[in-house]
Design a protein around this ligand. Structure first.
Ligand code: ITT
Length: 195
């Protein structure tokens, strides 16, 4: 069975992708290959960062792999936090990050936003990118306990509740990550990954 590394240190991403995929490839985590250092993300775009993470693993460890970079883009904030989503407040604390966004949008009626995910896949010499997005808007306050990151303040279109309030099965069906992963699976010839 072909081996493929998912180059992420974010256990929530692994859990969400796991829910989405079945068997077909032998999936390895960064821990499995002994990669415990922080992988640089310095390019300034989701596409660039996803490729940077995947290339790092391919170059340093030799494995075929895929990496994902994702972010929240808010229209009224000129698409911020974008690549800075993970540490927008200066830390990775989700409550502090959401509080900063809510504060910046105080009194703002135009609250349109989207989550975007870009997956970079490297197999041998070949590189490919897959994008997924979900449109929605930013709630007035945090609500819900499910999910992770900014889920308590993101209401996906066609819904009235945040990603943290909605059943995770619903998030799985429409999320930016699920949509990008669906394209990845298609590209791999419909073969599913064994996570
Ligand atoms: P890796 O780089 O190791 O994959 P990371 O958490 O640093 O993990 P990113 O640089 O891609 O990942 O940052 C994306 C951030 O966007 C993430 O930390 C969350 O704060 C937020 N985010 C991404 N997907 C999300 C989702 O489905 N729900 C809520 N927040 C999300």
């Amino acid at each position: 069975m072909k081996q493929l590394v998912f180059a992420t240190a974010n256990a929530n991403k692994v859990a969400e992708v796991k829910m989405k995929l079945g068997d077909g490839y032998d999936f390895l985590s960064l821990t499995d290959i002994g990669c415990t250092e922080e992988i640089p993300e310095t390019t300034g775009t989701l596409e660039g960062n996803a490729l940077q993470k995947a290339r790092y693993v391919k170059d340093k460890y030799g494995y075929d792999c895929f990496a994902e970079d994702s972010g929240l883009e808010i229209d009224a904030l000129s698409n911020r936090p974008g690549v800075d989503t993970a540490h927008y407040s200066g830390s990775r604390d989700a409550n502090a990050n959401m509080a900063k966004v809510l504060n910046e949008l105080k009194g703002e009626v135009q609250r349109n936003a989207r989550f975007r995910a870009v997956i970079a896949l490297i197999q041998g010499e070949n590189e490919a990118l897959f994008e997924g997005r979900v449109d929605g808007w930013i709630a007035k306050e945090m609500a819900g306990e499910g999910g992770f990151g900014y889920d308590p303040i993101f209401i996906p279109e066609d819904h009235k509740l945040t990603f943290a309030q909605l059943p995770q099965e619903i998030k799985k069906g429409i999320s930016h990550r699920s949509r990008a992963v669906a394209k990845l699976v298609d590209h791999l010839g419909g073969k599913k990954l064994n996570l």
